[in-house]
Design a protein around this ligand. Sequence first.
Ligand code: SAM
Length: 232
Amino acid sequence: MDFTFVTLFPNLVNPYFEDSILLRAKKSGAVRIDCVNPRDFSLDKHKKVDDYKAGGGAGLLMSAQPLWDAFKSIGEEAYFIFPSPAGKSFSQNDAKRLSKKKHIVFVCGRYEGIDERVVETYADEVFSIGDFVLTGGELASLCMCDAISRMVENVLGNEESLLEESFENTLLEAPSFTKPNVCDGLSIPSDFLKGNHAIISGLKNRMAHAKTYFHRPDLYKIVKNKRNYYAK
Ligand code: SAM
């Protein structure tokens, strides 16, 4: 799968793919990463890529021309995602759905954002990664790219780990434990140590429900409604 980051700061993006799982994915060809810098497409003699807001207001905006031309160089058939605090919330279901695309372009905003005409013309989807404001779209795009890449075939060592993860079946993942069995006087719940997989799986399911009920009552409501729907 191909990912292109349209960014004024490729040095913020590239190092993320120089270690761990995503480096392996890049080396194996499961994902390809590319950065395109709109500054390279600016027709301004000083390579300017920003300007004052029409009608006034604080801060600068990324101008349309360098972005239009950068997009043309990428190919307009790719799927364009614009990170923005004004977008819809990015979720695990979005990551799963988008992992089926061939080529995703993340358009990383800077300054006070991007001339809205660019967003209107090019955005296939606009996503927020939370109700807070970052200095630029690179981190938000990396978060989305990471979550999407994990769903791409041959990226994770053990794809079974995806099946029990948080948000599968709308639940949070059950608490997990590792050795030693007793740590600072705290024991692993004894059922985990008895080797009975049916009991362990039942326990994990109950713990996943309890954890979701406690930490994410909003998700738990969906779980309950689903159950009611199937019970009808
Ligand atoms: N003036 C904009 C506003 O109030 O909505 C904020 C612009 S922000 C300083 C610059 C860029 O960071 C945005 O264009 C976007 O690409 C990115 N960004 C900031 N916060 C984000 C968030 N919560 N989710 C996704 N992208 C975000």
